[in-house]
Design a protein around this ligand. Structure first.
Ligand code: AMP
Length: 215
């Protein structure tokens, strides 16, 4: 099972990738998570990436491709993987397919999550994440048991810098310009499945499981 989850920021693909990874027993590879970890660790890659991320721009292709190459080649990915947030440009998609081809592999499916633009803004504006573990909440839709505190580890919840309104707007236009062309790219390769990402997490998960269990 080698899959890509595609869609605008805030569409819920990260949450669904996490759930699907657990259900199907394959790792989720999120370039956003890998980059944020590098930023927290203060590595030189993290320092370079942070400038782009804070502006809502894409980190240069060669940086993210390097991260993904390392992960996809790791032993835990032999059964497959779910890529969340990668590829985001046509050169990244080309590189991914070369990388897999060199190992005699290919992608099985690309799931594109679709939700209306207003819902994206609402979701990102209310999104909060744990400052220690990777748990994600929403002030309205997935609130923690105690305000502002992670259910899993008790640490404070914070808003991602790039979830602030202005950055969200620029992330959405970057998506339209640079990532949305991948929808046609994968449709032409007969790999694309579109999924309605609107509604509660459970509802979307049921749709996703039905899609992935189908023929
Ligand atoms: P995400 O958590 O997937 O929304 O990613 C957060 C930020 O990390 C993005 O706004 C980009 O700045 C950067 N990023 C994540 N994945 C990629 C990628 N595949 N290509 C370029 N930049 C990326």
């Amino acid at each position: 099972m080698r899959m890509v989850f595609l869609g605008a920021p805030g569409v819920g693909k990260g949450t669904q990738a996490e759930l699907a990874a657990l259900k199907f027993g394959v790792p989720k590879i999120s370039t956003g998570d890998l980059l944020r970890a590098a930023v927290v660790q203060g590595t030189s890659l993290g320092r370079e990436a942070k400038e782009y991320m804070d502006r809502g721009d894409l980190v240069p292709d060669q940086v993210v491709i390097g991260l993904v190459e390392e992960k996809v080649g790791a032993p835990e990915c032999t059964k497959g993987f779910i890529l969340d947030g990668f590829p985001r440009t046509v050169p990244q998609a080309d590189r991914l397919s070369e990388l897999l081809m060199a190992k005699g592999q290919s992608l099985d499916k690309v799931v594109c999550f679709l939700i209306p633009r207003e819902e994206v803004v609402q979701r990102l504006g209310g999104r909060r994440g744990c400052s220690r573990c990777s748990a994600v909440y929403h002030v309205e839709f997935v609130p923690p048991k105690n305000d502002g505190v992670c259910d899993e580890c008790g640490k404070e919840l914070v808003q991602r810098d790039d979830d602030r309104e202005e950055t969200v707007r620029s992330r959405l236009s970057v998506y339209e310009e640079q990532t949305a062309p991948l929808i046609e790219y994968y449709r032409e390769k007969n790999l694309l499945s579109e999924l309605n990402g609107s509604g509660p997490v459970d509802t979307v998960q049921k749709r996703l499981v039905a899609l992935l269990s189908g023929p």
